[in-house]
Design a protein around this ligand. Structure first.
Ligand SMILES: [Zn+2]
Length: 115
C-alpha cells in the first residue's frame, strides 16, 4: 500500500510504498531527542512531491545517514543512506505518516546509544 506523509507545515510531502511490518525505536542521541519511529524502505519506494533542494540535511557521528528536515517547521520525516550492500535506502519516520497510529505498530527497541 502507499502511505502519505510530510512535515508539519506542508513544505515536505511524499508518499511511500510498502507494508509496515515493524518500526525501530532507537535510543541514540538524535533519535531519542527527535522521537523517531523508523521504518526502512528502498529509496526507490519514496516518492517526494517536494524538490530535494527544499529539504535541509543534518549529519552527525559517521555521517552515513543524511537526516532530512523541514527548514520551516523543523519536522524530520525521513533520512537517507545506504545499507550494508550499498543499496540506497530511505529511513522513514512513521510519526509523519497520515493515518498511522504508532500504538498499533510493533515497536522494536534498538540500542543505538550503546552500539
Ligand atoms: Zn515544514
Amino acid at each position: 500500500m502507499a502511505y502519505k506523509g510530510g512535515c508539519h507545515c506542508g513544505s515536505i510531502a511524499f508518499d511511500v510504498d510498502g507494508e509496515i511490518d515493524q518500526v525501530i525505536e532507537c535510543n541514540c542521541s538524535l533519535c531519542s531527542k527527535r522521537g523517531y519511529l523508523l521504518w526502512f524502505v528502498p529509496r526507490a519506494s519514496l516518492h517526494l512531491s517536494t524538490p530535494d533542494s527544499a529539504i535541509a540535511t543534518y549529519t552527525f557521528n559517521q555521517h552515513r545517514i543524511r537526516h532530512r528536515f523541514c527548514p520551516s517547521c523543523g519536522v524530520a520525516p525521513f533520512g537517507m543512506g545506504t545499507d550494508g550492500k550499498g543499496n540506497e535506502m530511505a529511513v522513514m519516520n512513521v510519526r509523519c505518516f497520515e493515518g498511522v497510529d504508532p500504538a498499533s505498530l510493533k515497536i522494536v527497541p534498538y540500542d543505538g546509544r550503546g552500539a
